[in-house]
Write a protein that binds this ligand. Sequence first.
Ligand code: OAD
Length: 254
Amino acid sequence: MDAARERGVERLAESLRSAERIAVLTGAGFSAESGVPTFRDAMTGMWAKFDPLRLATPEAFAADPETVTRWYDWRRELLASCKPNPGHAALAELERWSRSRGSRLTVLTQNVDGLHHAAGGEDVVELHGSLRVWRCTKTGREVADPPFPFNEYPPRSQWGGLLRPGVVWFGEMLPPDAVEAAEEALATCDLFISAGTSAEVHPAAGFAQRAAARGAATAEINRDPTPISGLVDVSIRGMTGQVLPRLLELATAD
Ligand code: OAD
């Protein structure tokens, strides 16, 4: 690890040791080392190959539910071979460590892949929903882990409505319970960390600024610079799968 990065990780480890309420925002970069594609990377990102307006909006689903469903099926299939990476494991461990010393760490994730939970994370808020939970468009009832592939396309629920993925599409509201949990974490945290997100999609994009305005310490861990890099107290340039395990090591050292 280069010297500047190591110094950043040391500073953040110090903040973690004194923090009582920690909020960690994660994005697609956090799962990149698990093999899940990001969205905005120029060559490999999902939005470089697919048009979000044709796949991730309520209008796209209304116009062509089969294509939209098959795209989410492709993502479910991809995910079936992805496992949590060392970043997920270290963050789940930091959550347990925080709990053991009477503090609390909440993960606010924009990811729909369930990998924080798969790594053992418990205090995890899925801001953009989940690829594993689908919803009947007629009754609003949820169906967990529906069969893959579906028997028919577009698939219907047992209540007769079309089944849609339980993710948040562009133009939709975030799940109210997730918003409430995120608001609580943001209103009370004394340390906010943004990790593996381009910090371009709202409302998550504004979280660092809001935490800083309240006087919380702020940090970013990202492979590339982002719009919040200049705003945070500690900006660590690196891969979350490498930085998080080192952070865990330093924060929890006796
Ligand atoms: P993006 O694809 O916009 O950004 C991923 C960020 O992670 C970029 O800044 C990369 O530089 C960085 N990155 C990539 N690999 C990394 C690694 N191994 N370690 C650390 N950083 C890494 O993804 P998000 O910020 O999650 O929304 O995008 C936010 C939302 O936009 C998504 O939830 C999705 C998308 O459109 C919806 O679909 C509604």
